[in-house]
Ligand binder design. Structure first.
Ligand code: F3S
Length: 429
């Protein structure tokens, strides 16, 4: 592998033992993958709950990391600012948060920005087309590859951390233009896209991911008017039911000005048609017979400020019942803005809880035992909660179509939760 003088000096230990370990690991990793060189990354985004001892080892003698780096959400629902309000036990979170404080010291020393969100692009970590980056989290990886056209591999937590510390990444995989074209073409021309809800877009992504698996995708037929929030819900499930790293949206995303370019001027290996039937069947995979919804989870991926505004507007002068909950995931930087705008006050007044946690409850679903049914507009949340809770908790996606139609009624009237189909989600307590 060709190294610069600076990289050779890092490998020789001149930048401290941590830097030496990280770059040596990346050189070996890159050589095994056939990388010809290391390239400088424009930014990194790292896993929050990185094992403490390994982190201390990899950062020994390192004062500043070599690239702009943000941090993923709190895992295990253990955001110190919200877990008690959410009814998550201290026994569960205290040990995890002990590690968090010591980890946080290291992150600060390195100059990592304590963002605790899975939408770093909403709060200032925003590379340009063609930049090389290393972001932790399959969904953020997919977003940045597809929507921005920055170049990102599916780096695991350790490779990702070594890249953040050294500011260098092996030149392989999706860094190479030849690996970025689509092989699977998705044709949605038969769909009336104007009538699709956010959950419909999310279902489309979940369905396509299951077919495409790890192959690159191009979706043809979306309207250029599609808003970023919907793109977010469309893309994120592709890395849950599958392991898609790039999904071009023809006529919308930077590497897909037209279909031929998205496909690299080749024929697709497979063409998939998505219509109303596929969307309905996919949504029905997460449908609960129960009339009672115990908890509504929004913000997987974390909510944008526009989503917080909408939630606040739907909650105005309403109250969530004492036996029910509404959890909303977002970045604390957006929470600050929501406070300034008055949205946070409305949400809190209605007993909604805003958290910097991973709302899909990864890795151990510490949702309180009395919660049996969760309504969510995120397939990622529905998928993970069902699996991690071993079906103790049922997820319901179709119910959230009401949210898309601007209905999220949360009314305090009795002891039960009732879901009234077309009238929306009515939570009573
Ligand atoms: Fe974010 Fe966790 Fe969902 S990291 S995208 S809330 S799975």
């Amino acid at each position: 592998m060709i190294l610069t003088r600076e990289e050779e000096a890092m490998a020789a230990g001149q930048y401290g033992p941590g830097m030496e370990k990280c770059i040596t690991f990346l050189i070996k990793f890159g050589e095994a993958l056939g990388a010809d060189k290391l390239v400088k990354v424009a930014s990194a985004h790292v896993f929050n709950a990185f094992p403490l001892e390994l982190l201390a080892d990899l950062t020994e003698g390192v004062d500043q990391a070599e690239t702009f780096t943000t941090i993923h959400p709190f895992m295990s629902l253990c955001d110190p600012l919200s877990y008690e309000k959410m009814g998550i036990s201290k026994e569960h979170c205290i040990p995890k948060n002990n590690d968090h404080d010591r980890r946080s010291e290291i992150y600060r020393r390195l100059g990592f920005f304590e963002t605790y969100t899975c939408v770093p692009m909403y709060i200032g970590n925003f590379p340009k087309k063609g930049d090389h980056v290393s972001w932790f989290g399959s969904s953020t990886q997919l977003f940045i590859n597809s929507i921005v056209g920055a170049k990102q591999n599916r780096d695991g937590a350790v490779v990702n951390m070594a890249i953040a510390i050294t500011g260098r990444a092996p030149n392989w995989g999706f860094f190479l233009d030849k690996n970025r074209h689509a092989e699977v073409l998705v044709d949605i021309k038969g769909l009336d896209t104007a009538s699709l809800t956010t959950s419909d877009y999310s279902a489309m992504g979940y369905y396509i991911g299951g077919i495409a698996q790890e192959r690159n995708v191009a979706i043809n037929g979306l309207s250029r008017d599609i808003v970023l929030e919907r793109i977010k819900y469309l893309l994120h499930p592709l890395s849950i039911s599958g392991a898609v790293s790039i999904c071009h949206l023809v006529g919308i995303t930077p590497e897909a000005p037209d279909l031929e370019t998205a496909l690299g001027h080749k024929k697709p290996k497979e063409t998939v048609y998505v219509g109303a039937e596929e969307i309905k069947k996919t949504k029905d995979k997460f449908y609960s017979e129960s009339e009672q919804i115990d908890l509504v989870i929004l913000g997987c991926p974390h909510c944008s400020i526009q989503e917080l505004k909408k939630i606040a507007s739907l909650l105005k002068n309403k109250q969530i019942g004492s036996n029910q909950g509404l959890w909303i995931g977002t970045a604390h930087q957006l929470y600050d803005l929501a406070e300034t705008m008055g949205y946070a006050k409305t949400i809190k007044k209605a007993n909604g809880i805003i958290s910097r946690s991973c709302m899909a409850t990864i890795p151990d679903c510490a949702i309180p035992d009395d919660v049996k049914t969760v309504a969510t507009n995120s397939f990622k949340t529905a998928h993970y909660i069902s699996i991690i809770s071993k079906d103790r908790i049922k997820a319901d996606i179709p119910i959230m179509d009401s949210f898309d139609k601007d209905i999220l009624e949360v009314i305090k009237t009795g002891d039960h939760v009732k879901v009234l189909g077309e009238q929306g989600l009515i939570i009573t307590a």
